[in-house]
Design a protein around this ligand. Structure first.
Ligand code: SAM
Length: 235
């Protein structure tokens, strides 16, 4: 819903959303639901009519977003389907503001169904009532990413989840970034190539960080990294 709607406004949902409410959530007339616009507007609404084709709603009151929107950018090398869905869902649940697929040399997936990624993010936001659906841009190359971070990201720092030598322990490195907008970049199952790693680490905005002594699967690393960052930075 658009945030400028007034209380008592009447809405009729389309077929897909009506089916979701009636068949999946098993909602009935007089039940209440939360509607949100994916940015900052959320409303409590009462169901006034419920056919599977179109559900009628009356807005009751606007509500503040429960989950403060974060400014946490999340970049990752796309994984194969079900693990890709998982990563989109967990990143959304953890409140990231942007989910950016980055194609690297060892990325396993050639072509992404962008609309599926967006639909996954919206569904994850609906399921866990995260009111700000993350932006999911189309995939870009690592070089294009580095160009954009050099020219467009201001003072944002890019936390590079990486193993091997010369990586900082996350606690000190991330604590030192408190108050600075950050992003986190997770590599593919096959890791970054030596050239990619050298190119990344040469950037002044990149902070290589270890996630511990064990090699984590990329989807595990995503959740671990986001959890550590949010625990330390509180974003
Ligand atoms: N053999 C690969 C390599 O040498 O990089 C392992 C890649 S790992 C399966 C996938 C991604 O998860 C890595 O590129 C990295 O971004 C992240 N990752 C996994 N374990 C990590 C750790 N202990 N510290 C930092 N990042 C890690």
């Amino acid at each position: 819903v658009e945030p400028d709607l007034a209380a008592n406004a009447q809405l009729t949902l389309g077929k897909e959303q009506s089916l979701y409410l009636a068949a999946v959530l098993r909602k009935n007339v007089d039940d209440e639901v939360v509607l949100f616009n994916g940015r900052d507007g959320a409303w409590r609404a009462r169901i006034t009519s419920d056919s599977k084709k179109s559900v009628g709603l009356e807005l009751v009151e606007q509500i503040a977003p429960q989950s403060p929107s974060s400014d946490l950018w999340y970049g990752f090398a796309p994984l194969k389907t079900e693990r890709l869905d998982y990563v989109i869902q967990k990143a959304t649940e953890m409140g990231v503001s942007t989910i950016q697929p980055v194609i690297t040399r060892y990325t396993q997936v050639a072509r992404l169904k962008h609309e599926r990624l967006v639909a996954n993010a919206i569904e994850a936001a609906e399921q866990c009532e995260v009111l700000n659906v993350p932006a999911v841009p189309t995939e870009i190359s690592l070089d294009r990413l580095l160009d954009s971070w050099t020219t467009e990201q201001g003072n944002r720092k890019l936390i590079l989840a990486d193993e091997g030598e010369n990586v900082s322990s996350p606690v000190e490195a991330i604590a030192a970034l408190r108050g600075t907008p950050v992003g986190i970049l997770i590599g593919p199952e096959g890791g970054f190539s030596d050239q990619e790693r050298a190119k990344l680490r040469a950037q002044p905005f990149v902070v290589p960080v270890s996630l511990g002594p064990r090699i984590l699967r990329a989807d595990t690393a995503a959740v671990a990294a986001l959890a550590v960052i949010q625990a330390i930075i509180g974003d």
